[in-house]
Every structure is written in C-alpha cells, then in structure tokens.
Design a protein around this ligand. Structure first.
Ligand code: BG6
Length: 510
C-alpha cells in the first residue's frame, strides 16, 4: 500500500449536502482503515457562519450519515476523528480575497505539521469553479514550490462542448492540467475498474473482444427513483447530461479501448481518449432521428402509491422537454469495432435500480444442431456494475435426453463471495487516489471534451424541435414501448432484475 503524504484537505462548499453525505463518510472509512496520513486535517470553507465545533457536530458527531458507524467506536476514537475538522467562514461570497483563508491554512499547517501539500475539493456549483481557482491563485495558494496543490472538481464538467472547453481552459489558467482531478464517481466503483481487469488480466476474453465475435453491446443504467429533490438542477440537465455524457461514456470507453501499454495513469487515459474519439459522431438529422430516443416518466401507481409524473415534480417546468429516459444506438469507427452496434440507455423511475453491461456474442457461424433454438440463446457476458455486483457468462449446454436440445447455463461470480475483502466506496477510493496523486480514475480534460463531441449533436438535435419526439412512459416501467425499435433486427433490451441471475433458465448444477 502506498504511503499517503501529510496534507490538508480544504473543502469549498463544506456546509452542503455532499460533504456530510459522501466526503466525510469516505474520510471516516479511510480513518478506520488507517489510511489517512499521519498528519492530516480537513478545513471546511463556505459562506455559512459556523464555528469549528458546530462544523464537527454537523458533519461528524451529529451526522445521520455516520450515526451507525460511530455507535461501534470508542469515544476517544470518535474524538480523534472529529478533531481533524476545522471551519473557515468565507463571508458572503466565494469571490473574495482569500488572504484570511491562506492564513488559516498556514496556521493549521504549522500547528499540525501537515506540510504544504493541499487538496482543494470544490463541492460548489460549477459556476464557481473558475472564480475559486482564480482567487486561490491570486492568494498564491496554487503554486507548488512548497508542497503540491491539487484541485478536485465535481461534475457537471460543462453543459455542452463549448462550455466544457471554456471551463477547462478557465481552470487551466490557474492550475496545471496535472493538478486538476475531475471526479466521476462511477470510476470509483470496483466493478467499473474490474472492466479493465476482466479484459486485460485474462487471455480468454480479449481474443474475442471485437467485431468478429461480438454481435452487439448493451448497457443499461436504471434507477427506480425519480428526480427527488433535485428537480431544479435536473430540469436544466436531463438524462443525457446527468448520466450518459459522463458515467456511461466512461464505461463505454473502458469497453471500447485498446490495451494500454501499462497501468500508468496516462497510458490508460490516453487509450480512453482514443476510444471516445472513435465513437461515430452523428451528424445528419436522419441519423439522429433513427438512433436516439428520449422520454419522460408520467404519473402512475407503484405498489399502491400514486407517483408523480416528471412534469409535476418540484422545481420542474410544467411544460418541460427535459428527458428522464435516453437510449442511444451508435457505432465505433475503428478496426476492432467496425459495424458492431452499441446500445446504451439510462433512465429514472424504472422498475429497479441496476446497471449492467451485456456483451452479446455472435451465434456460431455454422449451426449443426438444427432444432436447438440457438439463435435466441446467444452467448452473453453480463457484467453487473450494481447491485449484486458480479459477472455472468451464459453459454449453451445440452438438455439431457434424446436429440440435441440446447439450453443456456450460467457461470457466475459474485463480489459478495469475497467475504473478507472490504470493498471501498467510490468516494473513499477516489479520495485516497487523489491524496496519493494517482489520477488514473479521474477524467482528463481531453477525455471530457471527447465525450462532449459525441453528445453535443444529440442535445442540439433534441432541442431543435425538428421531428423530435418526447415519448412518455408510466413511472415504474422499462421506458417507452418503442425503445425496442432501436434494437431493430436483434430483439429487445435485456431488462435486468435486482439480481444478476434473474432469468431462471436451465441450471447445470441441479
Ligand atoms: C449522479 C447523478 O451523478 O449519479 C444522479 O447526478 C444519479 O442523478 C446518480 O442518481 C447515480 O449514481 P449511482 O452510484 O447511485 O448509480
């Protein structure tokens, strides 16, 4: 395990929800696993007027997100953890002179011997990113002559290709690219990282991982919740910006990429960028019409409870044309993937919460078992990102008895079977990586822009009004009926159940 250098973590927007809900629990797990540096403090900074002790109460001692974990700890251990937290009120605005903040950081550094290493975590609206970066630079807090300085930013990284470019170049005026860590929490998920290992640590999959053996690739990201209290944000974003441009295209890049020459961050990120750049950008209205579907959930009754439609949600325009369902078919223009369709869909208010990648292999070119029904029983590799994390390989076996009737059997692996292993939460993993200067699982500027290059024309087409339809689907179903039309000639989407093996087909074991 790498040693983590002494440092200070400064969280901007520390009084917001993300700090208490995600960041502090992640730090707590690292504390319990003895992975925090020997000398380490957290300085929360935001516009609320709070003392150090009020901040500790809010994010640690009285936090509902930590309550269960704290119950299991000695008082002294809890105090040791809580004592690492401090707070600095920035006054009425983030756009202010950071001289006082700098002095506070210096004092903490001297008192707790944290050295000059600092991570700035921007847990604020993106509109403030450049302002904060500039004020840090103006106060001399971005220079690396006395310890490294890193800047972590949360998505969204821009609202379009143009704004993403502006944001990148805005930040790069004040921090060098290698100091900027763009967090995408999907990359912190073990199962997403396992895509790399499945492909590149085995010799059985990679020879088949191409257009010669793979018929199509399907990715589903389903959430059962609606927009909850985030209607205001979501209505300006939509499924394509909220999930597809970032999380799902990250997954796509890991499936599409060529083998990197090593596991060094830049080697992996270079291949991911190349993969994203090879997605065929849809240009004509006809292509965009044929290959994209958007929809909104409408009100319905789920488990006897009336559920609001998207347009009735708080913060959502009653005539909104923001999609809560997006399904995209696309191709990858390179040697490996030519003519292999990819189908990716994401939505809120579906029957269950599940994310999975399904690699559909081609049926054998020459079928000797004429009545086997093999066509509908293609080999599949299901990579389950969440929940019930694992991998499932579906292959044909003979049904006992006369003739050659073929059924599908399952070969599966579950993460939960690794009982002794602590699976790190995404934020825990990503924070630790940033603390150790490992940017492998963070998105680079060119990666983000390459993803926007692909998404931008779809968004422009959808907002153009030209022949674009907004379908409806009752909350709690698998999206609009016609979403199957996208998979023409192939069949239907595979609708995942809450468990990895959700189709109780033939079982070899019993
Ligand atoms: C976030 C989106 O990035 O990811 C949310 O803004 C979404 O709308 C969430 O609910 C899903 O994350 P997970 O880890 O629960 O799949």
């Amino acid at each position: 395990m790498n040693k983590t250098e002494n440092q200070i973590l400064v969280i901007f927007g520390a009084s917001g929800d993300l700090t208490a809900r995600k960041l502090v629990p992640a730090l707590f797990n690292l504390y319990q696993a003895n992975q925090l540096p020997d000398n380490f403090v957290v300085l929360g900074a935001s516009r609320s007027d709070m003392t150090d002790s009020a901040f500790r109460n809010k994010v640690v001692l009285e936090s509902t997100y930590l309550a269960d974990k704290l119950k299991k700890l000695e008082k002294e251990d809890i105090k040791n953890f809580a004592d690492k937290f401090f707070y600095e009120d920035l006054g009425g605005s983030y756009d202010t002179d950071y001289g006082r903040l700098r002095k506070r950081v210096e004092d903490l550094k001297n008192k707790y011997q944290t050295s000059g290493n600092i991570i700035y975590y921007l847990s604020t609206p993106p509109t403030l990113y450049e302002t904060i970066a500039q004020n840090l630079a103006d106060a001399g807090m971005s220079t690396q002559n006395n310890g490294w300085k890193r800047l972590i930013v949360e998505k969204p990284f821009g609202y379009s290709l143009e704004t993403a470019k502006q944001l990148n170049s805005g930040l790069q005026q004040f921090f060098k690219e290698h100091q900027i860590y763009r967090i995408d929490h999907y990359l912190g998920k073990e199962t997403v990282q396992n895509l790399l290992v499945t492909r590149f640590a085995n010799s059985i999959f990679e020879p088949l991982w191409n257009r010669n053996y793979i018929h199509h690739v399907e990715i589903t990201n389903a959430e059962s919740v609606g927009v909850e209290k985030r209607g205001g944000y979501y209505d300006k974003s939509g499924a394509l910006r909220d999930m597809f441009q970032n999380h799902l295209l990250q997954i796509v890049s890991l499936i599409v990429m060529e083998p990197p020459i090593s596991d060094a961050p830049e080697d992996i990120r270079n291949e991911k960028v190349k993969a994203l750049k090879s997605l065929r950008v849809m240009e004509s209205d006809q292509e965009l019409f044929d290959n994209t579907i958007r929809a909104q959930y409408t009100s319905s009754v789920i488990d006897g409870k009336q559920v609001k439609g998207y347009r009735e949600e708080e913060g959502v325009d009653k005539d909104s044309t923001t999609e809560t369902f997006a399904a995209i078919k696309f191709f990858v223009d390179n040697w490996r993937w030519k003519d292999t369709p990819f189908y990716v869909r994401t939505a809120k208010r579906m029957p269950t919460k599940a994310t999975e990648v399904v690699i559909h292999f081609k049926t054998p070119h020459h079928q000797i078992f004429q009545d086997s029904g093999l066509d509908s029983k293609d080999n599949k590799l299901v990579i389950r990102i969440q929940p019930d994390e694992g991998i499932l390989l579906k292959f044909g076996v003979k049904v006992p008895g006369q003739g050659f009737k073929v059924e599908r059997a399952n070969l599966d692996f579950y993460y939960s079977s690794l009982a002794e292993t602590h699976v790190m939460d995404a934020y825990e993993r990503l924070l630790l990586d940033a603390m150790q200067g490992d940017a492998t699982l963070y998105a680079r500027a060119d990666e983000v822009e390459a993803a926007w290059e692909f998404v931008d024309p779809i968004l422009k087409y959808w907002s153009s009004g030209k022949d674009v339809r907004m379908y409806g689907y009752a909350a709690g179903v698998w999206g609009p009926e016609n979403s199957h039309e996208l998979i023409e000639g192939i069949g239907e989407w595979r609708n995942p159940g809450p468990n990895l093996t959700d189709d109780p087909g033939f079982c070899v074991i019993c």
